[in-house]
Design a protein around this ligand. Structure first.
Ligand SMILES: [Zn+2]
Length: 70
């Protein structure tokens, strides 16, 4: 006999995963990048600007990410 309970749970988890992925896409910084870093005021390289939603220069971004990770 097939265990429908397990099946339902598996599809629920899949659904949750899909929702999380969609949310992550939405949560991704969008919009135009800044030309100057919000932290140090330094210029943000055009190569970074094309990524979109960039607000920090490379050194500040890595400092920021390291701070987040701790
Ligand atoms: Zn900076």
């Amino acid at each position: 006999m097939v265990d429908w309970g397990d099946r339902a749970q598996a599809s629920e988890e899949l659904e949750l995963e899909r929702a999380l992925k969609a949310q992550r896409l939405v949560a991704k910084p969008a919009g135009p990048s800044l030309t100057l870093c919000i932290r140090c005021g330094g210029a943000i390289p055009p190569k970074r600007q094309v990524l979109g939603g960039i607000t920090r220069c490379m050194p500040c971004q890595s400092t920021f990410e390291q701070g987040n990770r701790r």
